[in-house]
Write a new protein. Structure first.
Length: 595
């Protein structure tokens, strides 16, 4: 986990308790605001409904006064026996008083009196027809919203009847006077409008229908009737004994708080609904402010972490990567840093240190190369006598047989051979030159044996590959001497040079007699011996090749031996491509020229 990640985690760790405390405080504030608003709204509804009830009670008092007024009672009792003039005077007196009663309160729009005995109807707005059918079926002691006609204009009004005596409610023949009070719908709507201006609410009156009917509602002037209908379908706002109730519902994708308060006296329910977001607007504003502040704090923390990353993490990462490159041997690594901060001095010191290490390593490396070359020359001196002994033995044999032509050819071949092997000023050759030399060597050996078939398959990309001199010839010589020579009849030797993804391989395969398993295991052990190992291993010549291969290409290079399943013996030389290229460049620098 890097430093920037730790800083970001620290910022989040510090912000977590603050956010948690805010969430708890915000929820508490919401609960308090909701409770206070609920109490306030319920109190407003109760006050508003109380005002309506009080006014309608006052109307009821006026109606009772009418039923007990002497003029009204006298007309109801004596109208049948009075003269025409007196009857007219009594009717005029009653109409004037009805007009006064209608003016005594701003709520009462019309008051009507019916006298069943005379089939007479009088109103504060003039004479009205006496409708016995309506009176027989339409009398109600509760406030009911009905359709009425005033001065020829159809309207709706809240109507209630007062009957004297009260037994006449059920029997019109026992009734002497009926008082009908009409409160026009416009008065209640006006009151609802005034109530609505006190907030974002939308009040209306509702009365549940009898027998499960849809009920009746009275809206304020700006009410959304479609919303009211949806609300009535979602919430049961019927009578509940006068107890206020509240419910949270969702309408048109928004949440609303619905308040309902039923009047026992009127039988109507006052309903009001308010958008929850309007109620919680102060809390929401505070929440948004806190959220913006939190985002700014987190953004500020991220910016600080970014600057910390640029000023600290990037230089540390550059130093770490550069140290790994130096560790891998790339001593020319340098850090390019233009920032003028606390790490600049450290980076400059690292560059100085890398330059000094590069200088020392190159110096030691060149010394090591020269030391290896000295060892290689000593090893060549071991190889050359071995080959010379075999060649001289062949010349002696030819001389005894009197075959002068092979002796002459051998002499010329030996001269070319030693001209190639004794060039100690150049210890490195190319694979192509070494293969040509091996071909010449096989020709020399064929003078002696006359049964060797030789083929070479060299990858074109490897022809100019630098290798030590006399690296392949001893392997081919070992194949001839220990593989093909003891075998009756002829045989072949195949030389392959293969380039793979990460390494080079040189494979020498013969069709000789092979090697017993026990001897093969012993040979592998001898090849792994250090320089002062068993002299028997060095007599094969393979140990010398193995040591020279490791000296030239590093300890990862190796020589492996194995029998071939079809008969014969195989020797594989392998080294890494990276090490081979680096050694070749180092040799060029040490020799001061091309290969």
């Amino acid at each position: 986990m890097n430093l920037v990640t730790k800083v970001m985690l620290l910022i989040f760790a510090l912000m977590t308790p603050i956010i948690a405390l805010y969430m708890y405080s915000n929820q508490t504030s919401i609960n308090v605001v909701e409770d206070q608003i609920n109490i306030a709204n319920q109190n407003r509804l109760s006050h508003f409904l109380g005002s309506i009830e009080e006014t309608m009670e006052q109307v009821s008092v006026y109606a009772n006064i009418v039923t007990k007024d002497p003029d009204f009672t006298e007309l109801a009792a004596n109208a049948a026996v009075v003269s025409g003039y007196d009857y007219s005077a009594m009717v005029d007196s009653v109409e004037r008083k009805l007009g006064l009663f209608s003016l005594s309160t701003s709520w009462m729009n019309r008051i009507s009196v019916y006298f069943p005995a005379m089939k007479l109807g009088l109103s504060s707005q003039g004479s009205i027809p006496y409708d016995e059918t309506y009176l027989s079926t339409g009398i109600t002691t509760n406030w009911t919203l009905r359709n009425v006609t005033v001065s020829g204009i159809p309207k709706r009004a809240f109507t209630r009847h007062f009957v004297g005596p009260s037994s006449g409610v059920t029997d019109l023949g026992k009734t002497s006077i009926i008082v009908e009070v009409d409160l026009m719908e416009d008065n209640i709507v006006s009151l609802l409008n005034r109530f609505k201006t006190q907030g974002n609410n939308d009040p209306f009156l509702f009365r549940a229908g009898e027998g499960g009917g849809s009920g009746t509602y009275l809206l304020n002037a700006s009410s959304d009737e479609a919303m009211v209908k949806e609300l009535l379908r979602s919430v049961d706002v019927g009578t509940d004994g006068g107890v206020g109730k509240r419910k949270l519902i969702e309408l048109a994708g928004k949440e609303y708080l619905v308040y309902a308060l039923t009047s026992k006296k009127l039988g109507w329910t006052l309903v009001d609904y308010v958008p929850l977001e309007d109620i919680l607007e102060p809390v929401t504003r505070y929440k948004n402010l806190f959220t913006a502040t939190s985002v700014l704090l987190l953004l500020g923390g991220a910016i600080c972490a970014f600057f910390l990353y640029i000023q600290v993490q990037v230089p540390i990462r550059l130093l770490t990567q550069s140290i790994h490159q130096v560790k891998k041997g790339q001593f020319s690594t340098r850090i390019v840093e233009r920032a003028n901060n606390e790490f600049r001095k450290l980076i400059l010191q690292f560059n100085d240190m890398a330059a000094q290490i590069q200088h020392l390593v190159e110096k030691v490396y060149l010394e090591e190369i020269r030391s290896k070359e000295a060892v290689m020359k000593q090893l060549q001196s071991q190889i050359n006598p071995h080959f010379l002994y075999n060649s001289l033995a062949f010349i002696v044999s030819m001389a005894r047989l009197g075959r002068t032509e092979p002796i002459v050819s051998m002499g010329h071949s030996l001269a070319d051979y030693y001209r190639y092997t004794t060039r100690n000023d150049e210890m490195v050759t190319t694979l192509e030159e070494e293969v040509k030399f091996v071909s010449a060597y096989v020709d020399i050996m064929n003078y002696q044996l006359g049964k060797i078939a030789y083929t070479a398959d060299i990858a074109p990309s490897m022809r100019r590959l630098p290798i030590p001199r006399l690296l392949i010839q001893p392997v081919v010589e070992n194949a001839i001497v220990h593989g093909l020579e003891p075998k009756p009849g002829g045989g072949s030797i195949r030389l392959e040079a293969v380039e793979e993804t990460v390494c080079f391989r040189i494979i020498v395969t013969d069709e000789g007699v092979g090697m017993p398993e026990e001897a093969l295991l012993r040979l592998r052990g001898q090849l792994a011996e250090p320089e002062k190992g068993d002299a028997v291993a060095r007599s094969y010549g393979l140990w010398n090749v193995h040591e020279r291969l490791r000296y030239f290409f590093g300890n990862d290079a190796s020589l492996s031996v194995d029998n071939v399943a079809s008969g014969g013996f195989r020797v594989v030389l392998i080294w890494s491509k990276e090490q081979g290229l680096r050694e070749g460049q180092a040799r060029l620098r040490a020799d001061g020229g091309d290969v």
